[in-house]
Ligand binder design. Structure first.
Ligand code: PEP
Ligand code: MN
Length: 270
């Protein structure tokens, strides 16, 4: 079967506001907390990351939590704080839509619309994402094959969008000492089979902060166009994915290291 996901029609360079953000010679570090919790948290973290030179700020205002009693994100109000980040620090925003009910609100604020791993199977959401003019980042479900991800992405591509990126964020295996297992073999298949930028996610795959820097370094050396990494100003207090968040100091050290690694393989880390 020939899939649009694997066709020449996809864009290998994603341009936002006239800037080439994702391309073969670059690795774009998208950093920020898992969830939008409060205005202070968002603006403080964004300021620190902007100072380091980070161009794309990540944070989810709508969190698709497995536990319905867990914090679900600051929702519509949180999107306003993300707009403030863009206006104040000139950063681009990647934020996730958890289902069709919040797609339009997210689309309006996001520079890149994130479709989370669990939403990868949401047909209606993918169809909506296919009609936006914004780039979309599709995270591979932890139980999906690469081919299943490509097929689901075609629901979006069939609606016209050609600015799609694929993210490997860990799959479920028998190993339970890490949260998931980063499937770099699958990532190699993504790299071979599609022109679309490849994004890797060391935070969700590892699930524990102690392993995140080493994996992030391996991801940059692997050669991807972007990395999603969770950073919290006070991980102990984080309301979502606290175990895997790096603090600002840990991230800052890692960022310098991955800039150097990128240079060795001809990738400009931004
Ligand atoms: C996230 O990026 O915070 C997230 C929810 O990731 P995933 O969809 O991969 O679980
Ligand atoms: Mn998270």
């Amino acid at each position: 079967m020939s899939l649009l996901s694997q066709s020449d029609e996809l864009q290998d360079t994603i341009i936002i506001d006239g800037r080439e953000i994702f391309k073969k010679k670059k690795c774009c570090i998208m950093a920020g907390p898992c969830a939008v919790e409060s205005r202070d948290q968002i603006l403080y973290t964004a300021e620190k990351l902007a100072d380091l030179g980070i161009e794309v700020f990540r944070a989810g205002a709508f969190k698709p939590r497995t536990n319905p009693y867990a914090f679900q994100g600051a929702r519509e109000e949180g999107l306003k704080w993300l707009e403030e980040v863009r206006d104040t620090y000139g950063m681009l925003i990647i934020t996730e839509t958890s289902d069709s009910t919040n797609f339009e609100a997210v689309e309006e604020v996001a520079d890149i619309v994130q479709i989370g791993a669990k939403a990868m199977y949401d047909h209606a959401l993918l169809r909506k994402a296919g009609r936006t003019k914004k780039p979309i980042l599709i995270k591979r479900h932890f139980g999906a094959t690469v081919e299943e991800m490509f097929k689901m992405a075609d629901y979006a591509l069939l609606e016209g969008n050609r600015q799609v990126m694929f993210c490997e964020r860990g799959i479920r295996t028998f190993e339970i000492s890490s949260r998931f297992t980063l499937d770099l073999c699958g990532a190699a298949v993504i790299k071979k089979e599609t022109k679309a930028p490849l994004i890797l996610d060391p935070s969700h795959s590892m699930g524990y902060a102690f392993g995140v820097p080493d994996i992030a370094k391996a991801c940059v050396a692997f050669g991807c166009e972007g990395i999603l990494i969770e950073v919290h100003h006070n991980p102990k207090e984080a309301q979502c994915d606290k175990e895997q968040a790096l603090d600002i100091e840990q991230f800052s050290k890692l960022y310098q290291e991955i800039i150097a690694i990128g240079a060795t393989i001809g990738k400009q880390v931004v």
